[in-house]
Design a protein around this ligand. Structure first.
Ligand SMILES: O=C(CO)[C@@H](O)[C@@H](O)COP(=O)(O)O
Length: 219
């Protein structure tokens, strides 16, 4: 198997995580990955049901979102947004988009999720911010993602009136951020039913984030 086929297989398989963690309804989300060492990416074909996905549905595009071959599949509607993120952020190897319900409810209100639990400090290093509304199709959404994330440690952004975009060093990291984003969005939505949320002190957020990055887990 070539490296590209292997990447397509892995990105295709990651879409099962979107359904497993209830992050998408019907076909409302997508995963992409940078093709390492190239100015290319692979991204899910538009509108294809997750049950029908095969690696060949991962469309190879340049970093302006143009397919590099006539594969017979149109790439995701969000291709230009993903491509802009890869162009602007060279350290990013994976991008994910979902309409996961609790996080998208915060996005619909245009409300950032405050860093009020340790799990948020760990994964997001602070609040999950809101990015501007843009119509789907060109790289406006990508510009909004990058402009918002450059002021935060969070790998997730709630794009106003739309949904969640996450980034990571790999596509799997970006999927993890999407799962964790929905988890904390639900927890904090439930918490504030009985009163206002209290943000953790900044020094605790910093210490927790540092511990998670440098001590947590296996060496
Ligand atoms: O957010 C939206 C539409 O609101 C799209 O990302 C979503 O439907 C997925 O589109 P694709 O099937 O990836 O073209």
């Amino acid at each position: 198997m070539t490296d590209l086929q292997d990447l397509r297989t892995r990105v295709c398989a990651l879409h099962t995580e979107l359904t497993r963690w209830d992050l998408v309804a019907w076909t409302s989300g997508n995963v992409s990955a940078r093709v390492p060492g190239t100015d290319r990416m692979v991204i899910k074909a538009s509108g294809v049901s997750y049950d029908d996905l095969v690696p060949e549905h991962m469309v190879e595009c340049d970093l302006h979102g143009r397919p590099v071959h006539d594969s017979g599949h149109s790439p995701s509607s969000d291709t230009a947004a993903h491509a802009y993120v890869y162009r602007a952020l060279p350290g990013i190897g994976g991008v994910v988009h979902t309409h996961s319900p609790y996080a998208t409810a915060w996005a619909a209100r245009g409300e950032p999720i405050p860093c009020a639990v340790t799990a948020m400090a760990d994964e997001f290093g602070g609040d999950i911010p809101v990015g501007p509304f843009s119509r789907i199709g060109d790289d406006s959404i990508g510009r909004g993602i990058v402009a918002t994330l450059e002021h935060h440690r969070s790998p997730a952004v709630l794009m106003a009136h739309h949904g969640v975009f996450t980034v990571g060093a790999t596509a799997k990291d970006a999927v993890k951020a999407a799962v964790m984003c929905e988890d904390v969005a639900r927890t904090l939505h439930l918490a504030r039913q009985n009163g206002p949320l209290e943000r953790l002190p900044q020094e605790d957020i910093d210490a927790l984030h540092d511990r998670y990055r440098n001590v947590y887990g296996q060496k």
